[in-house]
Ligand binder design. Structure first.
Ligand code: RFL
Ligand code: PHB
Length: 389
C-alpha cells in the first residue's frame, strides 16, 4: 500500500488530521490498534476551546457540536464554602464549548467513513521504519497478515502509550515529566448537572469537579489516592464524598443516580522534545500530557493538528517545507504554556500529601487573590479559553 501521510492512531488527533488533509486532496491511511467502539467507549475530555471548534468546522464536522454543544461563558471556582465566578467572555470576548470527546470522535469517524477514509482497525506490531530517510514506511499486522505502507510522512497520533514517540532515538529525544501523587476518580451518570457551569472545588478533603455532557448527563470527578481502584468506591460513597467537597449550596441540589461509567486517571505533566524526527511528526498525547485540571489535553492535541495540517498543505501545494521544518518549535511554544497553566491550576486546587501549613496558606492566598483581582482572573480566563495558535 502507498499513501501520502500514514497516521498512527485513530483517536481525535489522527481522525481530525486525516479529515482536514482529505478536504485538501491529501491522501492518508489511519492505523488504529483498537476497534471504533473501544475508542468511543473511553470517557475523556469535555471542554473545547473555540480555536478547536473552528478547526472542527473547517474539517466539516462542526454541525452536531454547534447544535448540541453548550456554550459556557464562565466557570465557578470554590474553596470550602467560598465561591466565585470567572467570566471568560467578559475578560477575553470568548467562551468555551462543552461537547464530549466521545461525541466529537464519533462525528469524526462518521465523516471519515462517509468521505471514503481508509481506516484499518485492530492493527498490531506497528513499526515505523526509516523515518530519518526520504522513504519512510510502516509495517504492521492486521487480519493475521503482515502488511506495509510506503508514505511521504508519518503522523504519530497514537497517544501516550503508542509506538511513535519510542521510534525517536533516545540520543535525540528528551523527556520532561512530573507525576502527581493522586488521581481523579470520574463518574458519569444520567442525571441533570448540579449547576449550569463547571465547578472546580478545592476542599480540605481534596479536589472535586462538577462537569457535564448534556442536560441529562453529568460528569463528576474527585481527587483520590493513586492506590485506589474504582471498585473501592460504591456510587453512594462517591456521591457522599463529592457532596462534602463542594459548597453546601450546590451539595443540597445535587441529583444523584447510578453510575454508567467510573474510572481513575492518574495525573501527569509530560513533554517529549522534539516533536519531529525526520519524516515522523508527533501530535497530541503521543508527545505531551497535562493534568486534566485546566481542560487542556484534547485542546493541545488540536493545536498540534492545526500546525501540522497547515504545514502539510503548504508542502503539498507549494513544495515549501518551512511549516514542516518549524512544526516542532511552533507546537512546543504553545504546549509549554498549556503545561504551565495546567500545572498551576492543579497546584491551586488539589491537596498534596506532603503539603505543609505554610503551603496551605499560600494556596489560600492564591485563591483569595484570584477572587479579588480582576487582572489575575483575566489571566486565568485567557489561558482557559485557549491562547492563540
Ligand atoms: P488518544 O485519544 O489517546 O488516541 C490515541 C489512539 O492511538 C491508538 N494507539 C495505536 N494505534 C495504532 N498502533 C499503536 N501502536 C497504537 N497505540 C495507541 C489508541 O488506541 C488511541 O485510539 O490521543 P489523542 O488523539 O492525541 O487525543 C488526546 C486526548 O484523548 C486527551 O488529551 C484528552 O482526553 C485529555 N483530557 C482532556 N482534554 C481536554 O482538552 N479537555 C478536557 O476536559 C479533558 N478531560 C482528559 C480529560 C483526559 C482524561 N483521561 C482519562 C486521561 C479527562 C480525563 C479523565
Ligand atoms: C470533563 O468534563 O470531563 C472535564 C471538564 C473539565 C476539566 C476536566 C475534565 O478540567
Amino acid at each position: 500500500m502507498r499513501t501520502q501521510v500514514c497516521i498512527i492512531g485513530g483517536g481525535p488527533s489522527g481522525l481530525l488530521l486525516s479529515q482536514l488533509l482529505h478536504n485538501k486532496g491529501i491522501d492518508t491511511i489511519i492505523l488504529e490498534r483498537k476497534t471504533r467502539d473501544y475508542v468511543l467507549g473511553r470517557i475523556r475530555a469535555g471542554v473545547l476551546e473555540v480555536g478547536f471548534a473552528e478547526l472542527m468546522r473547517e474539517a466539516g464536522v462542526g454541525q452536531r457540536m454547534d447544535t448540541e454543544g453548550f456554550v459556557h461563558d464562565g466557570t465557578v471556582i470554590a474553596y470550602g464554602q467560598e465561591q466565585f465566578r470567572i467570566d471568560f467572555t467578559k475578560h477575553t470576548g470568548t467562551p468555551v464549548i462543552v461537547y464530549g470527546q466521545t461525541e466529537l470522535t464519533r462525528d469524526l469517524y462518521d465523516k471519515r467513513e462517509e468521505t471514503g477514509g481508509n481506516l484499518i482497525f485492530n492493527v498490531d506490531h506497528v513499526v515505523i521504519n526509516d523515518a530519518d530517510t526520504d522513504k519512510p514506511y510502516v509495517t504492521f499486522e492486521a487480519d493475521g497478515k503482515s502488511q506495509r505502507i510506503d508514505c511521504d510522512y508519518v503522523a504519530g497520533c497514537d497517544g501516550f502509550h503508542g509506538v511513535s514517540r519510542q521510534t525517536i532515538p533516545l540520543t535525540v529525544r528528551k523527556e520532561y515529566e512530573k507525576v502527581y501523587p493522586f488521581g481523579w476518580l470520574g463518574l458519569l451518570s444520567e442525571t441533570p448537572p448540579v449547576h449550569e457551569e463547571l465547578i472546580y472545588s478545592n476542599s480540605d478533603r481534596g479536589f472535586a469537579l462538577c462537569s457535564m455532557r448534556n442536560a441529562n448527563l453529568s460528569r463528576y470527578y474527585i481527587q483520590c489516592p493513586l492506590s485506589d481502584s474504582p471498585s473501592d468506591w460504591s456510587d453512594q460513597m462517591f456521591w457522599n464524598e463529592l457532596k462534602r467537597r463542594i459548597p453546601e449550596e450546590h451539595a443540597d441540589k445535587l441529583i444523584t443516580g447510578p453510575s454508567i461509567e467510573k474510572s481513575i486517571a492518574p495525573l501527569r505533566s509530560f513533554v517529549s522534545e522534539p516533536m519531529r524526527w525526520g519524516r515522523l511528526f508527533l501530535c497530541g498525547d503521543a508527545a505531551h500530557i497535562v493534568p486534566p485540571t485546566g481542560a487542556k489535553g484534547l485542546n493541545t492535541a488540536a493545536s498540534d493538528i492545526y500546525y501540522l495540517y497547515h504545514a502539510m498543505v503548504q508542502f503539498y501545494a507549494d513544495k515549501d517545507t518551512e511549516g514542516l521544518d518549524r512544526y516542532s518549535e511552533k507546537a512546543l511554544a504553545r504546549i509549554w504554556k498549556a503545561e504551565r497553566f495546567s500545572w498551576w491550576m492543579s497546584n491551586l486546587l488539589h491537596r498534596y500529601p506532603d503539603q505543609t501549613d505554610f503551603d496551605l496558606k499560600m494556596q489560600r492566598a492564591d485563591l483569595e487573590f484570584l477572587r479579588e483581582n480582576e487582572a489575575s482572573q483575566k489571566v486565568l480566563a485567557e489561558n482557559y479559553v485557549g491562547l492563540p495558535f
